[in-house]
Design a protein around this ligand. Sequence first.
Ligand code: TYM
Length: 325
Amino acid sequence: MPRRLTGFTPSGDLHLGNHIGAIAPIISGQAAADTVVFISDLHALTLEHDPAQVRRRTLEFATVLLAAGADPDACLFLVQSHVPEHTELHYLLECATGFGEAQRMIQFKEKSRRQQHVRLSLLTYPVLMAADILLYDTAEVPVGEDQRQHVELARDVAQRFNARYGQTFTLPQAVHPPVAARLMDLAAPDTKMSKSAASPAGTLRLLDEPDVLRRKVMRAVTDAGTDVTYDPGHRPGVSNLLTILASCTGGSPEQLAARFTRYSELKEAVADAVVTTLAPVRERYLELDPDHVRLVLRTGAERARDLAGPKVRQVKEAIGLLPPV
Ligand code: TYM
């Protein structure tokens, strides 16, 4: 069975973009495919961070993912740093990745521009991602558009490693949702909805209360004119609302546009759809016991190490390390 894997970095709060780009796709396939879902806590250390917040968010993210439907009996569910093979493979893959290749990553360019002190781990961030993916022989990586280049790098590294040291890794590929692979901010629809947005007004957080979600949708920026048409280039605000509606209720943004004559009607429909999608996640989140979540994570890490240990041994041997007796 081909394996599918995806990860979530505990920086900021999970939002509807994360849900549509990766959470819903990985969860909807978990019964049919061999699935790995994890919290990429090590990736949160690549920028300035508050240690207590990373720890708190790691448990919060795990709880939200379980509340959203991740089933630890159907998938492998873990925290990246609990499985040391991720970092072990990271180093081995650094020995098969070019400096220029890492420097060309768009996210590295964008994030490093905003930092005074650029951490070396920000440059090697996609190599750690490649380790996450290749460690489990992953075939498909459900992610939003912003992660596509990183998954391509993982594929390139795997291909190069296989060619140089012998067949070792499965070649992964990114898979994106049919709509909303890049959901935009409601208050600034020319930028993507992001965990690190300057203002929370345009971000529909998974744990926002229903009336907060509703208010954010009703205040969403729309475009000049009054027509409800899907035209992301010229009408980014309305098009983003149609995209949200399509991803929550099904159908295509173009078809849905024909149902509305006024912005206010569209916004009401989007607010209803968002609340219907997210309110149950928040309710289940509030019911989950943190000790239960910790136990799930412990079991997940133990099961993951059974797979990851032999894989790392295989890679070490292929690359030329002497096995211990
Ligand atoms: P992260 O935590 O930034 O985002 C988690 C997932 O949400 C997607 N996403 C979006 N999709 C649609 N519209 C948006 N506005 C939007 N914003 C975010 C992201 O594309 C991602 O799929 N480095 C990764 C985590 C990671 C990972 C991995 C993913 C670590 N190792 C291995 C896949 C495979 C990250 O920080 O995603």
